[in-house]
Ligand binder design. Structure first.
Ligand code: SF4
Length: 363
Protein backbone atom coordinates (compact mmCIF):
# COMPACT_ATOMS: atom_id res chain seq x y z
CA UNK A 1 0.00 0.00 0.00
CA UNK A 2 1.27 3.43 -0.84
CA UNK A 3 1.22 5.73 2.19
CA UNK A 4 3.71 8.32 0.98
CA UNK A 5 1.49 9.65 -1.78
CA UNK A 6 -1.42 9.99 0.59
CA UNK A 7 0.65 11.87 3.15
CA UNK A 8 2.28 14.18 0.61
CA UNK A 9 -0.98 15.02 -1.19
CA UNK A 10 -2.82 15.68 2.03
CA UNK A 11 -0.11 17.98 3.37
CA UNK A 12 0.05 19.83 0.06
CA UNK A 13 -3.71 20.39 0.18
CA UNK A 14 -3.51 21.54 3.81
CA UNK A 15 -0.70 23.99 3.09
CA UNK A 16 -1.88 25.40 -0.24
CA UNK A 17 -5.65 25.04 -0.39
CA UNK A 18 -7.19 24.56 3.05
CA UNK A 19 -8.79 27.82 4.15
CA UNK A 20 -10.75 26.53 7.14
CA UNK A 21 -10.50 29.08 9.94
CA UNK A 22 -10.80 28.24 13.62
CA UNK A 23 -9.44 30.29 16.53
CA UNK A 24 -7.44 27.42 18.03
CA UNK A 25 -5.76 26.44 14.76
CA UNK A 26 -1.96 26.56 14.81
CA UNK A 27 -2.02 27.27 18.56
CA UNK A 28 0.79 25.58 20.53
CA UNK A 29 -0.37 26.40 24.04
CA UNK A 30 -1.61 23.05 25.45
CA UNK A 31 -4.09 24.78 27.77
CA UNK A 32 -5.86 26.36 24.80
CA UNK A 33 -5.73 23.20 22.66
CA UNK A 34 -7.04 21.08 25.54
CA UNK A 35 -9.86 23.58 26.18
CA UNK A 36 -10.88 23.60 22.51
CA UNK A 37 -10.78 19.81 22.25
CA UNK A 38 -12.92 19.30 25.36
CA UNK A 39 -15.48 21.80 24.03
CA UNK A 40 -15.51 20.08 20.62
CA UNK A 41 -15.94 16.57 22.00
CA UNK A 42 -19.71 16.76 21.64
CA UNK A 43 -20.24 20.14 20.05
CA UNK A 44 -20.16 21.48 16.52
CA UNK A 45 -17.35 23.89 15.63
CA UNK A 46 -19.68 26.85 14.96
CA UNK A 47 -21.33 26.46 18.35
CA UNK A 48 -18.11 25.76 20.28
CA UNK A 49 -16.23 28.72 18.83
CA UNK A 50 -17.99 31.36 21.00
CA UNK A 51 -17.61 29.26 24.16
CA UNK A 52 -13.89 28.84 23.54
CA UNK A 53 -13.48 32.59 23.27
CA UNK A 54 -15.61 33.26 26.36
CA UNK A 55 -13.59 30.79 28.42
CA UNK A 56 -10.25 32.21 27.33
CA UNK A 57 -11.37 35.74 28.03
CA UNK A 58 -12.47 34.91 31.56
CA UNK A 59 -9.79 32.29 32.31
CA UNK A 60 -6.76 33.02 30.14
CA UNK A 61 -4.54 30.60 32.10
CA UNK A 62 -5.01 27.19 33.63
CA UNK A 63 -4.25 28.66 37.09
CA UNK A 64 -7.16 31.08 36.81
CA UNK A 65 -9.49 28.27 35.71
CA UNK A 66 -8.29 26.08 38.58
CA UNK A 67 -8.99 28.87 41.08
CA UNK A 68 -12.46 29.64 39.72
CA UNK A 69 -15.62 28.83 41.64
CA UNK A 70 -17.49 25.76 40.35
CA UNK A 71 -20.72 27.69 39.88
CA UNK A 72 -19.05 30.39 37.80
CA UNK A 73 -17.50 27.82 35.44
CA UNK A 74 -20.75 25.89 35.08
CA UNK A 75 -22.55 29.13 34.36
CA UNK A 76 -20.14 29.84 31.52
CA UNK A 77 -20.62 26.30 30.19
CA UNK A 78 -24.41 26.72 30.23
CA UNK A 79 -25.99 25.76 26.90
CA UNK A 80 -23.20 23.45 25.79
CA UNK A 81 -24.69 20.35 27.41
CA UNK A 82 -22.86 17.17 28.48
CA UNK A 83 -21.87 18.74 31.78
CA UNK A 84 -19.49 15.91 32.68
CA UNK A 85 -17.07 17.65 30.33
CA UNK A 86 -17.25 20.79 32.45
CA UNK A 87 -16.78 18.81 35.67
CA UNK A 88 -13.72 17.08 34.18
CA UNK A 89 -12.38 20.39 32.89
CA UNK A 90 -12.34 21.84 36.39
CA UNK A 91 -10.99 18.67 37.95
CA UNK A 92 -8.15 18.43 35.44
CA UNK A 93 -7.22 22.13 35.68
CA UNK A 94 -6.89 21.76 39.47
CA UNK A 95 -5.02 18.46 39.07
CA UNK A 96 -2.47 20.00 36.69
CA UNK A 97 -1.91 22.96 39.00
CA UNK A 98 -1.48 20.69 42.01
CA UNK A 99 0.48 17.82 40.46
CA UNK A 100 2.42 19.56 37.71
CA UNK A 101 2.74 23.09 39.11
CA UNK A 102 0.43 24.43 36.39
CA UNK A 103 2.63 23.11 33.54
CA UNK A 104 0.68 20.91 31.14
CA UNK A 105 2.23 17.39 30.90
CA UNK A 106 4.16 16.84 27.69
CA UNK A 107 4.20 13.03 27.45
CA UNK A 108 1.42 11.25 25.57
CA UNK A 109 0.77 8.74 28.38
CA UNK A 110 0.51 11.52 30.99
CA UNK A 111 -1.85 13.53 28.77
CA UNK A 112 -4.00 10.45 28.16
CA UNK A 113 -4.16 9.78 31.91
CA UNK A 114 -5.91 13.14 32.51
CA UNK A 115 -9.58 12.93 33.38
CA UNK A 116 -11.84 13.60 30.39
CA UNK A 117 -9.05 13.05 27.87
CA UNK A 118 -9.42 10.13 25.45
CA UNK A 119 -7.07 8.89 22.73
CA UNK A 120 -8.27 11.44 20.16
CA UNK A 121 -7.81 14.46 22.45
CA UNK A 122 -4.48 13.14 23.74
CA UNK A 123 -3.17 12.66 20.16
CA UNK A 124 -4.36 16.16 19.22
CA UNK A 125 -2.64 17.82 22.21
CA UNK A 126 0.53 15.70 21.86
CA UNK A 127 0.92 16.40 18.15
CA UNK A 128 -0.21 20.06 18.00
CA UNK A 129 1.70 21.24 21.06
CA UNK A 130 4.67 18.89 21.42
CA UNK A 131 5.16 17.51 17.86
CA UNK A 132 4.74 13.94 19.09
CA UNK A 133 3.91 11.39 16.36
CA UNK A 134 0.41 10.31 17.43
CA UNK A 135 -2.35 10.11 14.82
CA UNK A 136 -5.80 11.45 15.57
CA UNK A 137 -8.41 8.80 14.86
CA UNK A 138 -12.11 9.53 14.76
CA UNK A 139 -15.04 9.04 12.39
CA UNK A 140 -13.69 11.67 9.97
CA UNK A 141 -10.31 9.98 9.68
CA UNK A 142 -11.82 6.48 9.40
CA UNK A 143 -14.10 7.67 6.59
CA UNK A 144 -11.24 9.17 4.57
CA UNK A 145 -9.07 6.06 5.00
CA UNK A 146 -11.89 3.63 4.25
CA UNK A 147 -12.61 5.44 0.99
CA UNK A 148 -9.05 6.11 -0.19
CA UNK A 149 -7.90 2.54 0.54
CA UNK A 150 -11.23 0.97 -0.48
CA UNK A 151 -11.55 -0.95 2.78
CA UNK A 152 -15.09 -2.16 3.59
CA UNK A 153 -14.39 -3.45 7.11
CA UNK A 154 -17.08 -1.83 9.32
CA UNK A 155 -15.42 1.19 10.93
CA UNK A 156 -17.37 0.70 14.16
CA UNK A 157 -16.34 -2.96 14.61
CA UNK A 158 -13.37 -3.92 16.79
CA UNK A 159 -11.57 -5.23 13.73
CA UNK A 160 -12.26 -2.00 11.82
CA UNK A 161 -11.05 0.19 14.69
CA UNK A 162 -7.79 -1.78 14.79
CA UNK A 163 -7.25 -1.72 11.01
CA UNK A 164 -8.02 1.98 10.56
CA UNK A 165 -6.03 3.04 13.63
CA UNK A 166 -2.99 1.23 12.21
CA UNK A 167 -3.59 2.79 8.82
CA UNK A 168 -3.84 6.24 10.41
CA UNK A 169 -0.51 5.66 12.16
CA UNK A 170 1.05 4.58 8.85
CA UNK A 171 -0.06 7.63 6.88
CA UNK A 172 0.86 10.12 9.63
CA UNK A 173 3.73 12.42 8.74
CA UNK A 174 6.10 11.70 11.63
CA UNK A 175 8.05 14.92 11.02
CA UNK A 176 4.99 17.16 11.02
CA UNK A 177 2.37 15.26 13.00
CA UNK A 178 0.49 18.36 14.17
CA UNK A 179 0.19 19.81 10.70
CA UNK A 180 -0.85 16.47 9.24
CA UNK A 181 -3.46 15.79 11.94
CA UNK A 182 -5.00 19.23 11.46
CA UNK A 183 -4.99 18.61 7.71
CA UNK A 184 -6.77 15.28 7.82
CA UNK A 185 -9.36 16.60 10.29
CA UNK A 186 -10.14 19.57 8.02
CA UNK A 187 -10.08 17.40 4.91
CA UNK A 188 -12.66 15.01 6.38
CA UNK A 189 -14.85 17.90 7.47
CA UNK A 190 -14.76 19.94 4.25
CA UNK A 191 -13.84 17.70 1.26
CA UNK A 192 -14.35 14.01 2.05
CA UNK A 193 -17.60 14.79 3.86
CA UNK A 194 -20.00 12.05 5.00
CA UNK A 195 -22.62 13.00 2.42
CA UNK A 196 -21.87 14.53 -0.96
CA UNK A 197 -18.05 14.64 -0.77
CA UNK A 198 -16.33 16.93 -3.26
CA UNK A 199 -14.65 14.14 -5.23
CA UNK A 200 -14.12 15.97 -8.48
CA UNK A 201 -12.16 18.76 -6.75
CA UNK A 202 -10.38 16.37 -4.39
CA UNK A 203 -6.57 16.28 -4.46
CA UNK A 204 -6.62 12.58 -3.58
CA UNK A 205 -8.99 11.43 -6.30
CA UNK A 206 -6.20 9.95 -8.42
CA UNK A 207 -5.23 7.58 -5.63
CA UNK A 208 -8.71 7.11 -4.14
CA UNK A 209 -9.99 3.56 -4.56
CA UNK A 210 -13.61 4.46 -3.80
CA UNK A 211 -13.61 7.21 -6.42
CA UNK A 212 -12.02 4.98 -9.03
CA UNK A 213 -14.44 2.14 -8.32
CA UNK A 214 -17.55 4.32 -7.91
CA UNK A 215 -18.06 3.11 -4.36
CA UNK A 216 -17.78 6.45 -2.53
CA UNK A 217 -21.34 6.17 -1.29
CA UNK A 218 -21.07 2.67 0.06
CA UNK A 219 -17.98 3.47 2.14
CA UNK A 220 -17.37 3.60 5.00
CA UNK A 221 -19.42 0.61 6.12
CA UNK A 222 -21.02 0.85 9.54
CA UNK A 223 -22.26 -2.17 11.45
CA UNK A 224 -24.69 -0.08 13.48
CA UNK A 225 -26.14 1.49 10.35
CA UNK A 226 -26.75 -1.98 8.95
CA UNK A 227 -28.84 -2.83 11.99
CA UNK A 228 -30.64 0.51 12.10
CA UNK A 229 -34.40 0.46 11.79
CA UNK A 230 -34.94 3.01 9.03
CA UNK A 231 -32.52 3.43 6.13
CA UNK A 232 -32.68 5.75 3.14
CA UNK A 233 -31.46 4.34 -0.16
CA UNK A 234 -31.31 6.42 -3.30
CA UNK A 235 -30.56 4.46 -6.43
CA UNK A 236 -29.19 6.30 -9.44
CA UNK A 237 -30.20 4.34 -12.52
CA UNK A 238 -27.49 5.36 -14.98
CA UNK A 239 -28.21 4.58 -18.60
CA UNK A 240 -25.73 5.16 -21.44
CA UNK A 241 -26.53 4.14 -25.00
CA UNK A 242 -28.99 1.45 -23.93
CA UNK A 243 -26.70 0.01 -21.26
CA UNK A 244 -27.44 0.24 -17.55
CA UNK A 245 -25.03 0.46 -14.59
CA UNK A 246 -25.38 -2.52 -12.26
CA UNK A 247 -23.17 -3.73 -9.46
CA UNK A 248 -23.06 -6.75 -7.17
CA UNK A 249 -23.48 -6.08 -3.45
CA UNK A 250 -20.49 -7.68 -1.81
CA UNK A 251 -20.42 -6.13 1.66
CA UNK A 252 -21.77 -7.97 4.69
CA UNK A 253 -25.16 -6.30 4.74
CA UNK A 254 -28.70 -6.99 3.56
CA UNK A 255 -28.99 -8.26 -0.01
CA UNK A 256 -25.43 -9.57 -0.15
CA UNK A 257 -24.64 -11.09 -3.59
CA UNK A 258 -27.71 -9.53 -5.20
CA UNK A 259 -27.38 -6.76 -7.78
CA UNK A 260 -28.22 -3.09 -7.53
CA UNK A 261 -27.85 0.26 -9.27
CA UNK A 262 -25.56 3.06 -8.04
CA UNK A 263 -26.41 3.48 -4.36
CA UNK A 264 -26.31 6.57 -2.17
CA UNK A 265 -27.31 5.88 1.42
CA UNK A 266 -28.20 8.83 3.63
CA UNK A 267 -29.01 9.09 7.34
CA UNK A 268 -32.28 10.91 6.68
CA UNK A 269 -34.66 11.59 3.81
CA UNK A 270 -32.47 13.35 1.21
CA UNK A 271 -35.47 15.24 -0.27
CA UNK A 272 -33.87 15.44 -3.70
CA UNK A 273 -34.44 18.44 -5.91
CA UNK A 274 -33.32 19.09 -9.46
CA UNK A 275 -30.49 21.28 -8.08
CA UNK A 276 -29.27 18.80 -5.48
CA UNK A 277 -29.20 15.96 -8.01
CA UNK A 278 -27.25 18.20 -10.36
CA UNK A 279 -24.76 19.15 -7.63
CA UNK A 280 -24.36 15.57 -6.58
CA UNK A 281 -23.58 14.32 -10.09
CA UNK A 282 -21.11 17.09 -10.82
CA UNK A 283 -19.30 17.05 -7.48
CA UNK A 284 -19.16 13.40 -6.97
CA UNK A 285 -19.11 11.60 -10.24
CA UNK A 286 -17.65 14.38 -12.34
CA UNK A 287 -20.19 13.73 -15.08
CA UNK A 288 -20.93 16.84 -17.10
CA UNK A 289 -23.21 15.56 -19.88
CA UNK A 290 -26.33 14.08 -18.41
CA UNK A 291 -30.07 14.39 -18.41
CA UNK A 292 -32.05 13.90 -15.25
CA UNK A 293 -34.91 11.89 -16.63
CA UNK A 294 -37.06 10.89 -13.68
CA UNK A 295 -37.26 10.91 -9.92
CA UNK A 296 -39.39 8.20 -8.35
CA UNK A 297 -40.26 7.56 -4.73
CA UNK A 298 -39.50 3.93 -3.92
CA UNK A 299 -42.00 1.50 -2.58
CA UNK A 300 -40.93 1.26 1.11
CA UNK A 301 -39.82 -2.19 2.17
CA UNK A 302 -40.17 -3.72 5.61
CA UNK A 303 -37.54 -6.30 6.41
CA UNK A 304 -37.39 -8.14 9.73
CA UNK A 305 -35.14 -5.61 11.43
CA UNK A 306 -35.16 -2.63 9.13
CA UNK A 307 -37.35 -0.42 7.02
CA UNK A 308 -35.96 0.67 3.69
CA UNK A 309 -37.19 3.89 2.11
CA UNK A 310 -35.80 5.81 -0.79
CA UNK A 311 -35.79 7.00 -4.35
CA UNK A 312 -34.84 5.98 -7.84
CA UNK A 313 -33.33 8.61 -10.09
CA UNK A 314 -33.05 7.78 -13.75
CA UNK A 315 -30.11 9.50 -15.47
CA UNK A 316 -29.36 9.39 -19.18
CA UNK A 317 -25.69 9.76 -20.11
CA UNK A 318 -24.01 10.47 -23.42
CA UNK A 319 -21.31 7.88 -22.77
CA UNK A 320 -19.95 5.79 -19.92
CA UNK A 321 -17.67 8.01 -17.78
CA UNK A 322 -14.42 6.70 -16.32
CA UNK A 323 -15.71 7.39 -12.83
CA UNK A 324 -18.51 4.86 -13.28
CA UNK A 325 -16.30 1.95 -14.19
CA UNK A 326 -14.62 -0.45 -11.80
CA UNK A 327 -14.60 -3.76 -9.96
CA UNK A 328 -18.01 -5.40 -9.63
CA UNK A 329 -19.54 -2.82 -12.00
CA UNK A 330 -21.15 -3.95 -15.24
CA UNK A 331 -22.89 -2.01 -17.98
CA UNK A 332 -25.55 -4.27 -19.44
CA UNK A 333 -28.43 -4.13 -21.87
CA UNK A 334 -32.01 -4.58 -20.59
CA UNK A 335 -32.17 -8.27 -21.53
CA UNK A 336 -29.04 -9.13 -19.56
CA UNK A 337 -30.19 -7.01 -16.62
CA UNK A 338 -33.42 -9.02 -16.42
CA UNK A 339 -31.44 -12.21 -15.85
CA UNK A 340 -29.71 -10.85 -12.73
CA UNK A 341 -31.05 -11.31 -9.19
CA UNK A 342 -32.17 -8.01 -7.61
CA UNK A 343 -33.65 -7.32 -4.16
CA UNK A 344 -37.42 -6.85 -3.96
CA UNK A 345 -36.93 -3.12 -3.40
CA UNK A 346 -35.45 -2.79 -6.90
CA UNK A 347 -37.78 -5.34 -8.50
CA UNK A 348 -40.74 -3.26 -7.27
CA UNK A 349 -39.29 -0.21 -8.97
CA UNK A 350 -38.76 -2.11 -12.20
CA UNK A 351 -42.38 -3.31 -12.15
CA UNK A 352 -43.79 0.11 -11.34
CA UNK A 353 -41.63 1.72 -13.98
CA UNK A 354 -43.05 -0.65 -16.58
CA UNK A 355 -46.70 -0.49 -15.53
CA UNK A 356 -47.48 3.01 -14.43
CA UNK A 357 -45.60 6.25 -14.55
CA UNK A 358 -45.48 6.99 -10.84
CA UNK A 359 -42.71 9.47 -11.44
CA UNK A 360 -41.99 13.06 -11.21
CA UNK A 361 -40.60 13.84 -14.64
CA UNK A 362 -38.13 16.68 -15.09
CA UNK A 363 -38.61 18.67 -18.25
S1 SF4 B 1 -12.07 11.29 -4.10
FE1 SF4 B 1 -13.94 11.58 -2.91
S2 SF4 B 1 -14.05 9.79 -1.62
FE2 SF4 B 1 -11.96 9.88 -2.38
S3 SF4 B 1 -10.85 10.99 -0.81
FE3 SF4 B 1 -11.51 12.47 -2.30
S4 SF4 B 1 -13.45 13.26 -1.52
FE4 SF4 B 1 -13.00 11.36 -0.43
Amino acid sequence: MNYKNFTALLLQWHTNVNKRQMPWKGVKDPYKVWLSEIILQQTRVDQGWAYYEKFLKKYPTIELLAKAKDDAVFKLWEGLGYYTRCKNLLYTARFIVKEYGGIFPDKYEDILALKGVGTYTAAAIASFCFDLPYAVVDGNVFRVLSRVYGNATPVDSNEGKKIFSELAANVLDKEKPGLFNQGIMDFGATVCRPALPLCTQCPLNKICSAFKKASVNVLPVKEKLMQKKTRWFTYFVFEARGKVFVRKRITKDIWQNLFEYYLVETAANPLWSYESINDFLKNQTGIQDFKIEQLAAAQPQKLTHQHINGYFIHIILESIPQTLKGDQIQWLGQKAVKLLPFPGFINDYQKIKKNKPLFFKFV
